[in-house]
Ligand binder design. Structure first.
Ligand code: RIB
Ligand code: CA
Length: 314
């Protein structure tokens, strides 16, 4: 049984990643830690608690609020992508469950130290919480079983600046700490989501016919993302980022091609701040520190997503 600790800036597709973890046959979601990112921080907390309730697991998974701001610099939230509430402006009611009083950084350190070699850490947000946890107790690096993150862009345009994907752009200083910590992550970049994770209008129409709680929730939280894709990318579709990452976590066969590469984060203050630089040719002669996903099975991902949206377990 896999044991997952998930760090999220809960909005839009983050909620679908949470739901996939909650509906996994052979995984337990040990806890959710909240990071700054998509929309208002306190809204992330509400969204995570509500998602747990929609998945029928109210009170079963602790939610720990964490870093409200990046380590060093300010950032901007992206309500234009996910809606003011991060949930497609659905204005869902407050969940019954309340967040924990324990800080996310303490929860990360304590959970990993209490379960050495057991916890898979999944990062679908900026990495502030994880960087702070590593600084607080560097020993957790060797005790994390596996580390996966959605973030960066491998030889591909960013989605927040021409050089940077949002999760890394929000806190490149934290990402640099994490990438240099020895964690050796599996990286799923923006390019994989754009190539294999966009549901087109026909697929969305099929989901509209399902009529389950899960499928209605999926359509609601992604309502604004679809508008944003049409407006900014001139493409009618919903881009799945965090849920595609969670699919890779739950079923390694989704990542059809991976390569070991040295990856570094640009945390300088120029136009490429937040870029993830993949040393494709090994020019730097540095030992690879990342398993980079180079291709994914959109078919397998969709099979898992639709199983879940039909009320099944993945
Ligand atoms: O760039 C996409 C990523 O940034 C996703 O994780 C989205 O939720 C935002 O956090
Ligand atoms: Ca996210």
């Amino acid at each position: 049984m896999r044991r997952i600790l998930l760090d999220t800036d809960t909005a839009g597709d983050d909620t679908i990643a949470i739901m996939m973890a909650l509906k996994a046959k052979d995984a337990v979601l040990e806890g959710i830690t909240i990071n700054c990112g998509n929309v208002d921080f306190d809204q992330h907390v509400k969204n995570a608690l509500y998602t747990i309730q929609v998945a029928g697991k109210s009170g079963k998974v602790p939610v720990y609020p964490g870093a409200r701001n990046p380590l060093l610099r300010t950032f901007r939230t992206v309500e234009e992508v996910h809606g003011n509430d991060g949930m497609g402006n659905s204005n869902f009611p407050l969940a019954r469950q309340r967040a924990e009083s324990k800080h996310a950084v303490d929860a990360i350190v304590e959970t990993i130290n209490s379960n050495p070699g057991e916890i898979d850490f999944v990062e679908i947000a900026p990495m502030t919480n994880l960087a702070l946890a590593i600084k607080k107790d560097p020993g957790i690096v060797k005790k994390i079983r596996r580390f996966y993150f959605m973030g960066g862009a491998n030889q591909y345009l960013g989605n927040t600046t021409p050089a940077a994907e949002f999760n890394i752009w929000v806190d490149p200083d934290a990402a640099k700490i994490v990438m240099e910590s020895g964690l050796h992550p599996t990286m799923l970049g923006w390019e994989i989501c754009m190539r294999h994770g966009i549901l087109g209008p026909g697929e969305i129409a099929d989901i509209e016919k399902i009529g389950t709680t899960e499928s209605k929730f999926f359509l609601a939280v992604n309502r604004q993302v679809r508008r944003y894709m049409k407006q900014e990318y001139k493409q009618d579709g919903i881009v799945c980022t965090d849920s595609l990452t969670m699919a890779v976590v739950l079923n390694p066969r989704v990542a059809t091609e991976t390569r070991q590469r040295f990856v570094e984060v640009d945390n300088t203050y120029g136009p490429s701040r937040g870029a993830t630089i993949v040393d494709e040719l090994g020019i730097l002669k540095k030992k690879p520190n990342t398993k980079v996903v180079y291709s994914a099975s959109g078919v397998l991902f969709r099979k898992m997503l639709l199983t879940m949206l039909n009320g099944g377990l993945v």
